[in-house]
Design a protein around this ligand. Sequence first.
Ligand code: SAM
Ligand code: DTB
Ligand code: SF4
Length: 352
Amino acid sequence: MSARTTVTTRHDWSLAEVKALFQQPFNDLLFQAQTVHRAHFDPNQVQVSTLLSIKTGACPEDCKYCPQSGHYNTGLEKQKLMEVQKVLEEAARAKAIGSTRFCMGAAWKHPSAKDMPYVLQMVKGVKALGLETCMTLGKLDQEQTAALAQAGLDYYNHNLDTSPEFYTSIITTRTYGERLQTLAYVRDAGMKICSGGILGMGESLDDRAGLLIQLANLPEHPESVPINMLVKVAGTPLADEQDVDPFDFIRMLAVARLLMPKSHVRLSAGREQMNEQMQALAFMAGANSIFYGEKLLTTGNPQADKDMQLFARLGIKPEAREEHGDEVHQAAIEQALVEQRSSELFYDAASA
Ligand code: SAM
Ligand code: DTB
Ligand code: SF4
């Protein structure tokens, strides 16, 4: 199959086709993915988002990978919903280090009626700072989805995590169908979808292909597709899972790029465990967005200045927001890096 034949956006992928993409020689797959990537994106630009956990731990769900589930003892310090002002301060910090999107995550099964007004204020406040907004709050009903859209939420993150077949071995407290329903509400309300999954949970090749098929065969592709490498946290049932072969992880990114040519594919959790060569291969395979800043939700992420140094060595530029010019954004990042060396601009995870 030539790379060009995959450039059209399709929604009818079969398991056999997708497995065949995975099973090609590595170089053939990477060449196709890079070719498709170049047809749709500037290959030297990567979008950067910063995460903040606005409500941490004691989650009623039993996701076996998650340090925030109340079902497992991971020693995590729980935190109630953060004050709006504190969230806005963190968002300003993210903007100052050059992030363009601020993603707020809560360890909830779903938002409650009493929490919604605060969450909506957060969306409005972060947007007013000139950042794109993203939230991940669990399952939504139609009314909550409409309220978030009305407040100006740009993206909603809700991962399918894995194939429908493997899903029930990982989560029993929420169904795959409920996840698809939440995604449908988000789409109907006019927001952009961020949805992907995790590698390293003991899944098979069929499960990896199955996840990508679920995402690609949605009526519209998610605008953002996070591919996470499991961060193994002591106390979770998956703490001792085997490492994913780094080349298999790169294959996943490449196949995601082929199936969803116009989506941003996010090299998500697990970057702290990846060396720079592997991250460079990930960008080569078509990953074009990352989480940026020293913390994911509860676990570590590379230091922001280290990421900027890696970008500089690879000739990669952070992607500007649509309404901002590249030069303005680049100047803001360079200024932030200068200030960071002489001030406390960066989030200090150790003292937080
Ligand atoms: N509670 C909400 C939910 O699950 O929809 C939002 C937050 S939840 C932490 C967001 C996503 O983070 C999960 O769907 C999962 O894909 C990812 N995630 C959680 N723990 C992880 C881990 N240890 N390693 C990699 N990804 C993880
Ligand atoms: C996603 O796919 N990955 C992010 C974001 N969406 C919310 C979360 C990763 C969490 C990693 C474990 C932690 O830091 O708690
Ligand atoms: Fe809760 Fe989300 Fe973690 Fe699942 S992934 S336990 S829903 S915080």
